[in-house]
Design a protein around this ligand. Sequence first.
Ligand code: NAD
Ligand code: MG
Length: 297
Amino acid sequence: MTTQANKSIVSADYPTPPFAEQPQPAPGLASKMIPVPDHGEKSYRGSGRLTGRKALITGGDSGIGRAVAIAYAREGADVAINYLPEEEPDAIEVIRLIEAEGRKAIAIPGDIRSEAFCQQLVKEAVEKLGGLDILVNNAGRQQFNESIRTLSTEDFDATFKTNVYAMFWITKAAVDHLPRGASIINTSSVQAYNPSDILLDYAQTKASIVAFTKSLAKQLGKEGIRVNAIAPGPYWTPLQSSGGQPQEKVMQFGASAPLGRPGQPVEIAPLYVTMASQESSFSSGQVWCSDGGTGTL
Ligand code: NAD
Ligand code: MG
């Protein structure tokens, strides 16, 4: 018997494990995932919460960054996205979706492990958007490694360059362009607080992002600029299937969350909208978690 209590009020029935084995070389494409993630393409509805705003989102081609790009455009913002050149097929879809909202969409491919590129990225975004008042540092590298004995300096360095140095370089290049009321949002992870054995390098970068966020919020408060971090739990994105987890874990991804499944990128976009919006004008220096119910953060 169906009771009021167990009738679904969610707009979609989100996929639950087990999932198919689906290895891809990093950084992977969302379009090749089975099932393809829900980034809000059909489901996200805006309500003018970011009208006239100008956002730069790194890793905006797929996963969480794509969901944020779609949501921001539907909330009325112009959006520039950065991604790696090999992700062009995913990025083209995002550009089309932003343009379909009548918003400006700027594609700026390139590797953020280079400081010179990070500076160029911000310059181009500011020029083409005509300013900048939302910065989302979301790009990330996650490659699992079983042991400190096999984790190479090259891997450690690549993870820190992508997740920590690039955030510093991009934010440093952006800060003089940001007006009062601007918002910086950094993607951390539950790994900052509850690190997995096989993510030794990645987890440290996510903890660094928390400290960076809290420190910078104290620096920029007087300028009226807010800095927050988001800590996702398991979200269904190419980061995980392209070396972020062993395939056995991808097949069971999200099973240990109390909600019994991974989150779909569209489910975290509202947090990024809320943190960007002036409605949250007194919230800064915080980490906002969405992990399917552990209650850990
Ligand atoms: P994703 O693979 O869709 O996005 C990550 C993006 O990072 C890629 O699309 C790519 O464009 C970008 N990137 C990686 N290396 C780069 C480089 N050198 N130069 C430029 N861009 C680069 O996966 P996602 O899960 O949406 O990841 C987004 C953020 O969320 C990451 O910071 C990740 O650490 C974080 N996160 C994800 C999960 C999860 O379960 N999916 C959980 C916690 C945190
Ligand atoms: Mg991608």
